[in-house]
Design a protein around this ligand. Structure first.
Ligand SMILES: [Zn+2]
Length: 59
């Protein structure tokens, strides 16, 4: 739980969807916003639907 909150604090947070969309509009890379169920605000992610990003398997 502490770890999750810490991640939230490190990420940019937007209090409204409009703020998140404004940040996306300014960004030079494709971003997507999502409502965070932990802090109740919005974060941005570079992971977009339909575009798989290879992630190393750490197992
Ligand atoms: Zn959050």
């Amino acid at each position: 739980m502490v770890l999750t909150l810490s991640i939230c604090a490190k990420k940019a947070r937007y209090v409204s969807e409009a703020d998140a969309l404004l940040a996306i509009a300014k960004a030079t890379i494709t971003l997507r916003h999502y409502a965070c169920d932990r802090c109740g605000e919005f974060h941005l992610t570079s992971r977009t639907k339909g575009k798989r990003i290879a992630r190393p398997v750490t197992d």
